[in-house]
Design a protein around this ligand. Structure first.
Ligand SMILES: NC(=O)c1ccc[n+]([C@@H]2O[C@H](COP(=O)([O-])OP(=O)(O)OC[C@H]3O[C@@H](n4cnc5c(N)ncnc54)[C@H](O)[C@@H]3O)[C@@H](O)[C@H]2O)c1
Ligand SMILES: [Zn+2]
Length: 357
């Protein structure tokens, strides 16, 4: 087991990467003899609920699978069930599942009785490497991705890479997009590592998976510690590819997975940066080749989406990261050299999107 500390003023926590059964004593200590409320989806609970059977309530709160869980109805369902269980304010809630379960359960925990602690037990590559760390919670609303959310940092995160053995290949590849993102942001050596090790990661090599999860958790911890509440611009770099991705997800509904939209978004961010003369074309080609090697989409047509450039532009302007001068984008000067670009020229962006959609 590896323990990675996330330092965050007043609310530090550990991310334990290793066998879930070995980490159970940590949960037992938090449970103090109580059975903790557990939020999961049917598939994940069916696969792994038994591992937590000693500490969790035998009657889990089950939510729909995937992005469909991130809505007001599910949020209300969770708080109703917590109320029916008479969960106390200090009772830790366990979220067992992928990023969608983590996002809606985290939001419910932050609201219920003005905030209950949450323990994340992420079960996808994306959630183990990224979303379970950092305290961002959200649901989608009014057609916009992550419109309603909060910051609610976890009490503990237990990431067991062996749980990924049952994850289907498409979900795994989707998680790989967020993994590659960490190389593209500020870590070219890690991008090189991803280029070499992607076949092993996809083929189920447990050592490669453990290494990649630990690397990404450490990277995310670094960003979160530098900017816990996403206010000083450091954490904004983690949104590389995401303004494009959120617009694509908003337009395409649940036919595209988050990581797939991020892969397209990162490829578009490289291409747009090249068009603006910021980034060498060779880097954009290398990134596209790496994403394609992982069988991820890199263009809107790859994902067979029917979206218009204008629709994407409107969605980008409506994104939380847009201000009066135009959208704020994370652009790049090359692999490992992303930066926040404020007030991007909307006409130039609109023209670019019109040619890509
Ligand atoms: N909060 C954050 O900081 C943050 C960061 C990145 C992404 N996200 C969010 O995370 C969500 C995507 O999460 P995701 O990629 O983990 O997918 P997901 O949670 O949307 O869906 C995962 C799917 O895989 C299944 N599954 C999960 N674990 C499994 C396992 N071990 N074996 C078999 N099946 C399993 C689930 O039943 C579900 O169908 C998006 O909504 C995205 O916006 C949040
Ligand atoms: Zn993401």
């Amino acid at each position: 087991m590896t323990s990675i500390h996330v330092a965050h003023a007043g609310a530090d926590y550990d991310v334990i990467v290793g066998d879930l059964a070995d980490a159970r004593p940590l949960l037992e200590r938090l449970a103090k003899g109580r059975r903790l409320p557990l939020i999961s989806d049917e598939r994940v609970f069916g696969l792994y609920g038994r591992v937590l059977a000693d500490v969790a309530s035998p009657d889990p709160v089950l939510v729909p699978e995937g992005e469909a869980a991130k809505d007001w109805r599910t949020l209300a369902h969770i708080t109703d069930r917590l109320a029916a269980m008479d969960a106390k304010r200090g009772t830790p809630i366990i979220a067992l599942g992928g990023g969608s379960v983590g996002d809606v359960a985290g939001l419910a925990a932050s609201l219920f009785k003005r905030g209950c602690p949450i323990v994340h037990v992420p079960t996808t590559l994306l959630s183990q490497a990224d979303s379970a760390i950092g305290g961002k919670t959200a649901i989608d609303a009014s057609g916009q991705k992550n419109l309603a959310g909060s910051f609610h940092h976890p009490l503990l995160v237990l990431a067991d890479p062996t749980l990924l053995d049952t994850l289907d290949a498409r979900q795994l590849r989707s998680g790989l997009a967020e993994v590659v993102k960490y190389g593209l942001i500020d870590d070219p050596a890690f991008f090189d590592w991803c280029e070499t090790n992607t076949p092993q990661l996809l083929a189920g090599d447990r050592e490669a998976r453990r290494a990649v999860i630990e690397h990404c958790v450490r990277a995310k911890a670094r960003f979160v510690t530098a900017d816990p509440d996403d206010t000083n611009g450091t954490r904004a770099l983690l949104n590389f590819g995401h303004t494009f991705a959120h617009a694509i997800e908003g337009s395409a509904g649940n036919s595209i997975l988050h990581g797939e939209a991020v892969a397209i978004g990162m490829a578009l961010a490289f291409d747009f940066s090249c068009e603006l003369g910021l980034c060498p074309a060779a880097d954009a080609s290398r990134v596209r080749a790496q994403l394609q090697a992982a069988n991820l989409p890199t263009t809107i047509s790859d994902a067979r989406l029917v979206v218009s450039g204008e629709g994407l532009m409107n969605a980008m302007l409506a994104d939380k990261k847009a201000d009066a001068d135009g959208p704020t984008l994370v652009l790049t000067q090359g692999i490992g050299r992303v930066f926040v670009a404020k007030g991007v020229d909307p006409d130039r962006l609109s023209d670019f999107l019109g040619r890509r959609a």
